[in-house]
Design a protein around this ligand. Structure first.
Ligand SMILES: [Mn+2]
Length: 424
């Protein structure tokens, strides 16, 4: 389904006076409102095709109804979200959950909704029906060369789908690892994986980026073969200039200093992409900003500082993607909340007084440094984000429009209460 522009205009008209009051208040304090609004408008986050259905856990899944039944409907849903918030102009596909049987048609459909195809994701963490070799004991690390070959071939196939759709990156996340001491020779597992990644890398088109995503644990609980940013960086450095590390917020051991990781990867020119989510304990895949908003702010602080130091374009030079999905919310509402949290936090990071911060740091003025950061973090940037959205043709309050328009009810009517999206 689509939401007509006049519905959004109606909603904006009703909220405009109150919005203007709030926006004028924050803008009166800023010297560079126009520049901030421009950056907010340009900043786009890719939505993963697997976040459109209710995520399950290994204990069960509770579908909410009206989930997209095919790739076309997934694109339709992401298009609908983008109509509302104008910040999600890209879709990230997962193969084999979303094989584009007719790439020309799928690409054209994306264009109709103003969407591009962001990073392609391969899957060698589960067996597909009819698959010759099992990934039970890993894919690229596997002791059987034929299993490794199969995993490489799958990635080559994913690259080809990406080329057809106009994507420009491949994300490789491997669940490879071991559950028990002695199960694996770490060195051999690493070298096999490197050899496989090299073969995949060789098929990466010149303009593309290859993202090597790491994860501390789960589904393997003793070792993971791409387990942390150090291992990912090792691979990326060995592979070459088109290979980068991808940071997923949920893929660290508890209390890891993710902002420091981000800063150093950026310094090395090896940070390629980012998966947003939030967590309390492990890879919980909760809504962005729902648990640790200050940590998200500190990460954005390093992203903005590090990208500016290298003269990078915030909107284009890193891959921004949401990677979250869970059991209890309407997944589309959840994505609206996640994107909103990202935009609010990005805006806060843009407000940090960099000159004052550098001065405080060079004087070892710890108190001022904290004050400068927290002043930005405690600024309510929601009116800035809403103004940017208004200028871009979106809704002042996307969630309110979504609910007023009874989108979920309409989707259930259209697709049925038992419709289930492919994915986890
Ligand atoms: Mn991820």
């Amino acid at each position: 389904m689509r939401i007509e522009k006049n519905k959004i205009d109606e909603h904006n008209y009703l909220g405009l006076k109150e919005h203007q009051r709030k926006f004028d208040f924050i803008a009166s304090d800023l010297m560079n409102t126009k520049e901030i609004l421009r950056k907010l408008i340009d900043f786009q986050v890719a939505i993963p095709s697997w976040a459109l259905g209710t995520g399950g856990t290994r204990f069960g899944r509770f579908p909410g109804g009206g989930e997209p039944r095919n790739l076309e409907e997934k694109i339709e849903d992401i298009g609908l979200l983008h109509t509302l918030n104008k910040s999600g102009a890209a879709i990230s596909l997962h193969i084999p959950w979303d094989i584009p049987d007719n790439a020309v048609h799928i690409k054209a459909l994306g264009t109709q909704y103003g969407l591009k195809f962001d990073a392609m994701n391969s899957n060698t963490f589960q067996d597909q029906p009819g698959q010759t070799h099992s990934y039970k004991f890993g894919s690229l690390q596997n002791v059987n060369p034929e299993t490794r070959r199969q995993a490489i071939d799958h990635n080559l196939e994913v690259i080809q789908y990406g080329i057809d759709l106009g994507s420009e990156s491949l994300t490789v996340w491997l669940s490879d690892g071991s559950c028990f001491p002695g199960q694996l020779n770490f060195r051999k597992a690493f070298l096999h994986t490197l050899e496989g990644l090299e073969q995949i890398y060789a098929a990466i088109p010149e303009k593309w980026k290859m993202f090597v995503e790491y994860k501390a644990y789960e589904p393997n609980f003793y070792s993971t073969t791409v387990g942390d940013w150090g291992q990912s960086l090792l691979y990326a450095n060995k592979l070459g200039k088109k290979a980068f590390t991808l940071v997923d917020l949920g893929h660290h051991l508890p209390n890891a200093n993710i902002e420091q990781i981000v800063s150093l990867l950026l310094m090395e020119g090896k940070l390629g992409g980012f998966h947003f989510n939030d967590s309390k304990y492990g890879d919980d895949d909760l809504t962005v900003g729902s648990i640790k908003p200050y940590q998200l702010f500190l990460i954005f602080n390093e992203l903005v500082e590090g990208m500016d130091a290298r003269g990078m374009d915030h909107a284009k030079d890193l891959g921004w993607m949401i990677d979250a999905s869970h059991n209890v919310k309407d997944p589309l509402e959840d994505i609206l909340q996640s994107v909103e949290a990202i935009m609010i936090t990005y805006a806060q990071a843009l407000l940090i007084d960099r000159r004052m911060l550098v001065e405080a740091q060079s004087n070892n003025d710890v108190v001022s440094a904290q004050e400068i950061l927290q002043h930005a973090f405690r600024t309510d940037t929601r009116p800035l984000v809403a103004e940017a959205r208004l200028n871009a043709g979106g809704a002042l309050d996307p969630l309110a429009v979504y609910r007023n328009e009874r989108v979920r009810e309409k989707l259930i009517k259209q697709r049925g209460s038992k419709a289930m999206a492919t994915g986890l």
